[in-house]
Design a protein around this ligand. Structure first.
Ligand SMILES: NC(=O)c1ccc[n+]([C@@H]2O[C@H](COP(=O)([O-])OP(=O)(O)OC[C@H]3O[C@@H](n4cnc5c(N)ncnc54)[C@H](OP(=O)(O)O)[C@@H]3O)[C@@H](O)[C@H]2O)c1
Length: 333
């Protein structure tokens, strides 16, 4: 269907038209406002969050699957107001405030308008700001899925597992710390010295500075073995994880390389109880509703590293590529 009558025919957007190039490869353009299909919503974007996967796709990490085609408007995590709905949409109407994860194949988040599938859009209550809501889909969705893979339960029926969270100061890590505490887990976290207090505040019981020998060893100061690790960084070998895991401890690897996938396959073939498990987030509407609900109730917070206007998006892109964000990097439209 066509956009609402008040919607302009064109919009500001930021896109790239080839692999590589980093922030310098981003171009400010004026392009047609997209039209929602039957089960889609047209959104006027308020905020978008940059995730490392956004610039990794630009680098060619998922070549040739993503981007589906060039030019490509990157970024999937948005908060927005609904301006028009497709004929098959039943849960939303114009004027609703929402949080959505856009289709990874087509992106679209660095723009004034975007189309979202109804199936990955949820209402945003007034208690959750647009910037906070935009932070949630990929980062908090990954945290939730990784903790569930370790055995965390959020209904009070789970075991009090010991969990290690690496890079706990990052976008995924800070949500993971909070969700792990909500699930009643004992949390050990790694981060840089400057962020130790910040990571302790939302719920880490023990914090290790990753640049010290103790931090690099991943050993819990209280001697606990980990039932699960949510591994949010790179460059740590299995030989470092193995001695700090409990008998059936699992490492959920969020940035698996080829060797991690190979190790996972071999461990499965050998029925190894300790396991390295590669994970790719697969968000559901129910998960997003759960996360927005926790945020509304004040049980989950989005820590915002920095905010940028769309006109300044190259700075946001560079900030994410540097790898030193503390929480989420937000672009406001
Ligand atoms: N598999 C999936 O579905 C999935 C989903 C989401 C994210 N990911 C991946 O997960 C990783 C984390 O994502 P993110 O959004 O949390 O990234 P991020 O926000 O960019 O993480 C930055 C943080 O990581 C910290 N850090 C970097 N190296 C560290 C180390 N060796 N030990 C401890 N802390 C370290 C930095 O602290 P300092 O500034 O002190 O160095 C910084 O605070 C990325 O590689 C991302 O691509 C995967």
């Amino acid at each position: 269907m066509a956009a609402a009558p008040t919607t302009p025919p064109t919009m500001r957007a930021v896109q790239y038209d080839a692999y590589g190039g980093g922030a310098a490869g981003l171009k400010h353009v004026e392009v047609p406002v997209p039209s929602p299909k039957k089960n889609e919503l047209l959104l006027k974007l308020e905020a978008a969050a940059i995730n490392p996967v956004d610039w990794k796709i630009q680098q060619g990490l998922l070549r040739p699957l993503l981007p589906r085609k060039f030019p490509f408007i990157p970024v999937t995590d948005v908060a927005a107001v609904v301006v028009a709905v497709g004929s098959g949409v039943t849960r939303f109407q114009a004027g609703d405030h929402v949080v959505a994860m856009l289709n990874s194949l087509y992106g679209g988040g660095l723009a004034e308008y975007a189309v979202a599938s109804e199936s990955l859009t949820v209402k945003r209550p007034p208690e959750v700001s647009a910037a906070e809501g935009a932070g949630l889909p990929v980062a908090a969705g990954t945290a939730l899925q990784a903790l569930r893979a370790i055995g965390a339960k959020f209904d009070g029926t789970g075991k009090p597992l010991n969990v290690l969270i690496t890079a706990a100061s990052g976008g995924v890590g800070l949500y993971t710390v909070q969700l792990a505490r909500l699930a009643g887990l004992h949390v050990t976290a790694t981060c840089g010295a400057r962020n130790m207090e910040l990571v302790r505040r939302p719920g880490a019981d023990e914090v290790l500075d990753y640049k010290t020998p103790e931090g690099a060893s991943l050993k819990s100061p209280s001697g606990k073995k980990y039932d699960g690790v949510v591994h949010c960084t790179v460059g740590i070998c299995w030989s470092t994880f193995e001695p700090v895991l409990s008998d059936s401890g699992k490492v959920i690897d969020l940035t698996p390389g080829f060797s991690a996938v190979l190790r996972w396959a071999l461990q499965r073939l050998s029925f190894s109880r300790k396991q390295l498990m590669p994970m790719l987030v697969s968000l559901t509407k129910e998960d997003l509703e759960f996360l927005v609900g926790l945020h509304k109730d004040g049980k989950l917070k989005t820590l915002i590293d920095s905010r940028f206007a769309l006109s300044d998006v190259t700075k946001a892109w560079e900030r994410s590529m540097e790898g030193h964000a503390t929480g989420k990097i937000i672009v406001e439209m």
